[in-house]
Design a protein around this ligand. Structure first.
Ligand code: PEP
Ligand code: MG
Length: 761
């Protein structure tokens, strides 16, 4: 038991200690000194640190004073196992006066911890990112009190940033795989089944996302040019490469190409960064060492920031250091972009990561544990990066650079494929290239087999997709997901910047209807620079229209930018996402009216009467659908979210993918009811979720009266084909039969029969 004021000095000491990592680049020494300090300050008999390995899902004892030192590296536990595992599972301190009586207590023989009764542990974490657990123990019962808990928490908070930046710099020693462990994983994983998410074929070395590059850690100094001159040349080469990368990206990501390497450029041109590297070299350090030290120092400063956006930039600094070191080498092998032509395997991905990976020309992405309708999958498709989603976590243990073949047409992943496996794929790939070189035949207008007109519009996520939309004769933009230009920026784009992005939409799709959805941020689409509080349940949090109505300045700016960009548009629709009530729709519409009148007052040219629509994504609107149908000018059903909320299944979670069923009777009946109500009010309604391009679902949609589908441009030809081969009369019979049965099983049987009949025709 200690006095609170003493704890402050302890936190300061730990802060001092973290310099030790820079000096020695030895995390084990740092952790050992930390536990000694902590135990001494809290008068504890034992002080220990366990670190969490995300890939293995395990905690490992990394440093201890008081427990048997030979148990370091050997004692391991899963989340939820023993008191330490429980602390990590609950992400909360655990204090017990007599640990052995605790129901979760588990005795680890190696530690020889028998004599210690009092137990206090706190999780070390950064937001939701698990880093480890800090523990103190004492022989006497009931030794620790509230002030000790507070002290340990403060230390854990301090440690989190330091350990996270150390992880960037040096690979924390992973538990040694048992003899032949890697081989066993490789043997067990010769072929892995996954969900084909973005079709394609990719072959390349595997890479876990954000690996620790050997250039940052173990490459000897003799490999590098070590003079100040060498550093200056490497710096110039790095600047040139970044410029080239940006130019390459302009076609793919016109709205944000310049921004992806913004932080790299800024740091590289920063006088303090440059001065610190030069000073280190003049002080006698090698150029490589100077770059590493300076980068780590800057990364640590960023890591300590309270802003998640700045903290995230520490990754950019380490990436920049790696690029500098690459160019400092006397002989360069490989590529400055480590992910270039690699197949990236990751269990944690955000849409912004996919944008960055595209800039590094990755060959394919394997997303362990993601959901097929997540925005990560949607953006990968826009960028045409083959992607497979799988629940096979052992893929995260496949050694770096292992040869991986992705057949993303069917969802198969082959590890170390043999020549026999490779040959047919290479053949197929050649044929595919040949076919895709030819023109795609699409009719100007789409009709069902019995001559009913159906409108096909494009979902646009990135401006780079507009040319394909035009080429494939999209009849307009049915959904512009306006959030992607926001995702890669470092600050909120200004009204003017947004206006320029939207203007490209109107220019390139001139004369055609354009429906822009206002910002749908939240859930899996995060804007780190907004520094919003972490949410335990982001899909149920301050998402979408809720966010916009709370942050009116963001909403107003976006509405003004759209109205100004579309000033001459013949047909502009603005739609609000995730509307849950009449009140929300009215509030959003009022914001739009205010934006129009502010532009009137300022005499700025703008569109004066856009159509105002609601996206149907929340089951909450089912009971007010008649009133909503009367109030809005048009509707678009976002089935991705509608299914998620109707069935309470997280669309980003592969574990519950089996529950995510578009053909669930409740979903089918709800969709039929919505379309009937809206059609009764003679208002247009489209479907813009993933089911709109599903050849199995399209007949049902046609059968319930949907005549507008909005799909990613690449699907237009196949959707046209499905529509053309379906007659409305048969689709109506089919829909009627599905709507008449109450169970998923019966629906599935009817689907099966329908396909058999159809195939027989
Ligand atoms: C949907 O929810 O179906 C939709 C089109 O919106 P998003 O996928 O962008 O959430
Ligand atoms: Mg949605």
């Amino acid at each position: 038991m200690t006095e609170p004021q003493q704890h402050l000095s302890l936190v300061c000491d730990i802060g001092e200690l973290s310099n030790l990592i820079i000096e020695s680049r030895d995390i084990n020494a740092f952790l050992q000194q930390t536990v000694q300090l902590v135990a001494a300050h809290l008068h504890a008999d034992v002080g220990s640190i366990y670190l969490y390995d995300d890939d293995l899902g395990e905690l490992t004892l990394k440093a201890t004073v008081g427990l048997d030192s030979s148990s370091v590296g050997k004692v391991r536990m899963k989340i939820g196992e023993g008191l330490v595992g429980t602390t990590m599972a609950q992400m909360a301190p655990l204090c017990d006066g007599d640990a052995r009586q605790h129901p979760q207590f588990k005795y680890f023989v190696e530690t020889k911890e028998d004599p210690f009764k009092s137990f206090l542990s706190v999780p070390i974490h950064r937001g939701a990112e698990k880093i480890g657990v800090l523990v103190v123990q004492h022989r006497e019962a009931d030794f620790f009190d509230t002030s000790d808990i507070m002290a340990l928490r403060a230390i854990a908070a301090q440690l989190a940033g330091t350990i996270a930046s150390a992880r960037l710099m040096m690979d924390l020693p992973k538990p040694k795989a048992k003899a032949g462990g890697a081989d066993r994983v490789l043997n067990a994983l010769r072929i892995v089944k996954g969900e084909a998410t973005v079709p394609g074929y990719a072959l390349g070395p595997g890479a876990l996302l954000r690996p620790v590059d050997p250039l940052l850690t173990e490459t000897p100094d003799s490999v590098f040019h070590n003079s100040l001159d060498g550093y200056r040349k490497a710096k110039q080469e790095t600047l040139d490469q970044l410029k080239l990368l940006q130019e390459r990206l302009v076609l793919q990501l016109p709205e944000s190409a310049a921004l992806i390497f913004e932080a790299h450029n800024m740091i590289l041109k920063d006088r303090r960064f440059d001065a610190q590297v030069s000073e280190c070299i003049r002080d006698g350090k090698t150029a490589a060492d100077a770059v590493r030290r300076t980068a780590l120092h800057f990364a640590q400063i960023f890591e300590a920031s309270s802003s998640p956006y700045i903290r995230e930039k520490s990754q950019d600094i380490m990436d920049l250091a790696r690029r500098l070191l690459f160019n400092l080498q006397k002989e360069k092998a490989g590529n400055a972009s480590p992910m270039d032509a690699h197949i990236v395997i990751s269990s944690q991905l955000f849409p912004s990561d996919v944008l960055k990976l595209a800039s590094e020309s990755v060959a394919g992405i394997i997303f362990v544990g993601g959901g097929i309708t997540s925005h990560v999958a949607i953006i990968a498709r826009s960028l045409k990066i083959p992607m497979i989603i799988t629940s096979e976590v052992r893929l995260l243990q496949v050694p770096e650079e292992t040869q991986v073949l992705m057949d993303a047409d069917v969802g198969n992943i082959y590890i170390n494929p043999t020549q026999e496996v490779l040959r047919p794929f290479e053949e197929r790939n050649r044929t595919r290239k040949h076919i895709s070189a030819g023109p795609l035949i699409v009719a100007d207008e789409t009709f069902t087999a019995d001559g009913v007109r159906v409108h096909l519009l494009a979902n646009i996520n990135l401006l780079g997709e507009l040319s394909l939309a035009r080429e494939l004769k999209a009849e307009g933009v049915g959904l512009y997901r306006s959030e992607f230009p926001f995702i890669v920026r470092s600050v909120l784009p200004s009204e003017e910047e947004q206006r320029l992005v939207y203007a490209r939409l109107f220019e390139q799709m001139a004369g055609l209807p354009i429906y822009i959805r206002t910002l749908d941020i939240g859930g899996d689409k995060v804007l780190p620079y907004l520094d919003l509080p972490q949410e335990a349940n982001p899909e149920l949090g301050l998402r979408s229209i809720r966010f916009l109505l709370k942050h009116r300045e963001v909403f107003d700016q976006q509405l003004r930018a759209i109205l100004r960009a579309g000033r001459d548009a013949d047909h502009l629709g603005i739609m609000f996402p995730m509307i849950a009530s009449m009140d929300e729709f009215a509030a959003a519409r009022q914001a739009l009216e205010q934006a129009i009148s502010s532009l009137d007052t300022e005499n700025l040219p703008h569109h004066t009467n856009p159509l105002v629509g609601a996206m149907i994504e929340m089951p909450a609107v089912l009971s007010v659908i008649d009133e909503l149908a009367a109030a809005a000018d048009f509707f678009s059903i976002g089935t991705n979210d509608f299914i998620q909320y109707m069935l309470a299944v997280d669309r980003t979670n592969e574990n519950v993918a089996d529950y995510y069923r578009a053909f669930h009777p409740s979903v089918l009946r709800a969709l039929a009811g919505i379309v009937a109500s809206v059609s009764a009010h003679h208002k247009p309604i489209s479907v813009c979720g993933e089911v709109a391009h599903d050849p199995e679902f399209i007949p049902f949609l046609l059968g319930i009266g949907v005549r507008r589908l909005s799909v990613d441009p690449q699907f237009i030809p196949s959707v046209q084909k499905t529509v053309a081969s379906t007659s409305v009369s048969s689709a109506q019979d089919y829909a009627k039969s599905l709507l008449a049965v109450p169970t998923v099983k019966q629906v599935d049987e009817l689907r099966c029969q329908w396909h058999i009949r159809r195939d027989a025709r």
